[in-house]
Design a protein around this ligand. Sequence first.
Ligand code: CP
Length: 310
Amino acid sequence: MKQLSVPHLIGIKNLQKKDLELIFETADHFKEVINRPIKKVPSLRDITIANLFFENSTRTKLSFELAEKRLSADVINFSASQSSVKKGETLIDTVNNILAMKVDMVVMRHPMVGAHKFLSQNVDAKIINAGDGTHEHPTQAILDTYSMRAKLGDLKDKKVVIIGDILHSRVALSNIYALQLLGAKVMVCGPPSLIPVHISKLGVEVEYNLEKALQWCDVANILRVQHERMDVKYFPSIREYTQLYGVNMHLLNKLGKEIVVMHPGPINRGVEITSEVADSEHAIILDQVENGVATRMAVVYLLAQQIKRL
Ligand code: CP
């Protein structure tokens, strides 16, 4: 049986192209399963998974929980805001206490960059990164590239622009790594203050003009401005941001070609994207959410296969 080349999913940076292809192939199978009247398989009946969320989440948390339950794993959920973390307990103590309850796998979102790597070196469980600060969000990039592939076929030489707050985005970095593994060309577009200074060293193009970026691309992946991570002002006003970097129907109509519009969510309607575009036939935003369940089932299933007693 084919296996992932990594023992944990810490970031896309650690993966090879063959890992993404194996995840996609496995997700194709699970997508068929979740469209059956009985959407569940018994594959992980003897596996227990803890979902630890130290930051807010809607899509990632719910889709991991659904993915795990559809594989018949036992699932426990932990939210930092209602836990003893509030009383000063450390990450390693929290996780070791949870593992003492015989947990096999930890899915974690944490604000600290590198928290997952640290955990994988210090606890005896499979670790999946559901977002670490501004660093990586690997399963978002997996579901994004899976959704692009479903729409456009092979991503080799496809042109993808990531628009908006690149500086604070873990989705951007994971998407860049995943798209490059799959042979796509990547551009980033946004205000100069929200584009990391050395990003071109990753082999991506940089464009500050939204119209030119949209003209260049096959796919536009639009990101939210992450006000919660900003301690200073990065642009004069939301109104100005929207005027320069908001994607609206007028811009799409001017292109004279079809592009695929994506957004990882949560959307700030009327800021980085208008409702008219978000709800249009150009957008595959809800396909992304649907594919999140099948792709996360694939990741959880493939890592669980590495646990020896299976
Ligand atoms: N895309 C994403 O990570 O959404 P949530 O923050 O709701 O999980």
